[in-house]
Design a binder for this molecule. Structure first.
Ligand code: SF4
Ligand code: SF4
Length: 60
């Protein structure tokens, strides 16, 4: 099954900038790549916008 939402790719360097702008604080930064908790994500796109590595991908 194809899952929609924002997903973090392998290029993540663990800078935590995505977490800093996430209104839900639903990104697990104890892992690398960091992991977005899909159940709490609002699909606001803040994380993808700020990621310096552009490694957060939106899947429709
Ligand atoms: S899309 Fe928004 S709510 Fe979802 S993980 Fe990114 S910053 Fe957080
Ligand atoms: S902003 Fe991008 S590179 Fe930085 S921790 Fe988040 S996903 Fe990883």
């Amino acid at each position: 099954m194809h899952q929609t939402g924002y997903f973090v790719g392998e290029d993540c360097i663990g800078c935590k900038l995505c977490y800093s702008v996430c209104p839900q604080k639903c990104i697990d930064i104890s892992k690398k790549p960091v992991v977005i908790n899909q159940n709490n994500c609002l699909h606001c796109g803040n994380c993808a916008e700020i990621c310096p590595n552009q490694c957060i991908e939106k899947r429709n």
